[in-house]
Design a protein around this ligand. Structure first.
Ligand SMILES: [Zn+2]
Ligand SMILES: [Zn+2]
Length: 322
């Protein structure tokens, strides 16, 4: 176990929503309106993930804002759902373009996955093809998708999966699914996790029903440009959140050191049951913690909860690669 700085309070964080719908598909706001709203709310990065249509909103890029080229594809289990939409299981996968200047003609075709629900060879073949074209793929909202372990355990080649989807949480309280992330990690896969909005904005931005600004990542990129952002995403230099902040997270001499905004609980979740925790006394909050690792955690990830019930956390880190 070598010393490691996972997240540093000495470097800037860029706030990002990596799941956003606009008038390009079934969202209410135009890409321009989305940029204005997210800038106003302190975001620097938005991935435009309209359904089944790849778009690079290049015209929105400036020194304070980076639009990521992306789209969201789906594979529906139509034959098994005679009742239609209410009981339809479906895979939704976001594809993030790592370099929109490359293969642009091919990407503009918005290649869709084969309609082969549960056929892992076909789906993974598609993900492999998209990776070769330059996309990172993220498995979205399994809870909302009415999917279980059997549906997702065979997926391979994912860059990340959602751990929290704000739109789904508002829709039916099925947006938060840390168990699915842990289960995926326990299949032996190494992937990151994201909190996103998946906003469609059918309700006004200031209203209780607004699906904007509830799930995001804070990314530590060297600079706010396309290649630095992708580089930081690939390295996992970010944490996910519904609101609370992780300010600093490091490993030194076998001990984890954490600094957060005021929270009630700080947990280190691991591959097995040897978890660690620090809890605030009732009615109080804490902003830091340290934990001695046993060296048998396999992997570990941080997860915290504040007094509003909102959570934040890190990606999983694997002891054998530290
Ligand atoms: Zn979706
Ligand atoms: Zn979506």
């Amino acid at each position: 176990m070598k010393d490691h700085v996972f997240l540093s309070e000495k470097k800037p964080y860029y706030k990002a929503n990596l799941h956003c719908h606009t008038t390009v598909s079934d969202g209410i706001f135009s890409p321009e309106e989305m940029k204005a709203a997210y800038r106003e709310a302190g975001y620097s990065i938005v991935a435009f993930t309209d359904h089944n249509r790849y778009v690079w909103q290049k015209q929105l890029q400036d020194e304070n804002f980076l639009p990521l080229a992306a789209y969201e594809v789906d594979i529906n289990d139509f034959p098994k759902s005679p009742d239609g939409w209410p009981t339809l299981s479906t895979y939704h996968i976001n594809l993030y373009d790592t370099d929109p200047t490359r293969n642009s003609q091919e990407k503009a075709k918005s290649k869709l996955p084969p309609r082969r629900y549960g056929d892992f060879a076909a789906i993974n073949g598609y993900l492999q093809e998209m990776a070769e074209l330059g996309f990172l793929s993220c498995y979205n909202h399994p809870y909302w998708s009415l999917q279980n372990y059997e549906d997702y355990k065979g997926l391979r080649g994912l860059f990340a999966m959602e751990i929290y989807n704000h739109g789904c949480e508002l829709d039916g309280l099925y947006g938060f699914h840390p168990q699915a992330y842990d289960e995926m990690l326990r299949t032996g896969q190494r992937l990151f996790c994201l909190a996103t909005d998946d906003n469609h904005n059918r309700f006004p931005l200031e209203s209780a029903g607004s699906d904007s600004f509830g799930g995001f990542i804070q990314l530590q990129a060297e600079r706010l440009d396309y290649s630095s952002t992708i580089d930081a995403l690939k390295k996992g230099n970010f944490y996910w959140s519904m609101g609370p902040e992780i300010r600093d997270f490091s490993l030194k001499d076998g001990k984890l050191f954490v600094k957060t905004s005021p929270v009630e609980k700080i947990y280190v979740i691991s591959q097995g049951r040897d978890c660690h925790q620090k809890l605030a006394e009732r009615g109080r909050t804490i902003t830091e913690a340290e934990f001695s690792l046993t060296g048998k955690e396999g992997w570990f990830r941080l997860q915290c909860r504040d007094s509003r019930g909102l959570s934040c956390g890190t990606n999983a880190y694997f002891l054998d690669s530290l």
